[in-house]
Design a protein. Structure first.
Length: 174
């Protein structure tokens, strides 16, 4: 199974791209658990919520993977929990790093900030988009995680992502 992770800061089109890719590959994508959890907590999150959010994301991914989808399209993963924990709370619980090391091979597609920012009640940093984007780049680089930046309008993002995924799928069958 090829694990495809869409990553990046808020409001970069990850969910929209995940839906397009899932449609193309006729699979279900792994949704972002944070949205559900954020609503459950009425938007009041603390450092104690970091691990439950990451566990919820991991649970959704495990449940979706068990259905045998290939590729497994993830609308975020534990890297987001790590980046946001460091940003909002100045720390990253050890459990996140431990769990990250247990994940299998993946390709990471970093969604660029070249799409319009839209408020939705959860997003809170329109003026810090470049800063947050750079935090994701730094985290991926610090872990030696290869990634491809996906930019441009949705159609371009979709075509580029499919090219990269198809290439990785072909390489995984050799």
């Amino acid at each position: 199974m090829l694990r495809v992770v869409l990553t990046g800061s808020e409001c970069t089109g990850k969910s929209t791209l995940a839906a397009k890719l899932a449609e193309h590959y006729k699979v279900k994508s792994v949704p972002e658990y944070l949205r559900e959890y954020f609503e459950l907590k009425n938007g009041n999150l603390t450092v104690e919520d970091v691990i439950p959010i990451a566990r919820g994301q991991f649970r959704l991914e495990t449940e979706t993977a068990a259905k045998g989808y290939n590729p497994l399209i993830c609308d975020t993963d534990i890297i987001s929990s790590i980046v946001y924990a460091k940003h909002y709370f100045g720390q990253c619980p050890d459990w996140l790093n431990y769990k990250f090391k247990k994940l299998g091979p993946s390709i990471y597609l970093l969604c660029d900030i070249d799409v319009r920012w839209q408020a939705d009640g959860q997003r809170d940093m329109p003026e810090e988009r470049e800063y947050m984007h750079n935090l994701f780049i730094a985290e991926l680089n610090s872990r030696n995680i290869p990634f491809q930046t996906i930019s441009g309008p949705l159609v371009h993002r979709t075509v580029k992502s499919i090219e990269l995924i198809d290439k990785a799928l072909a390489a995984s069958t050799k």
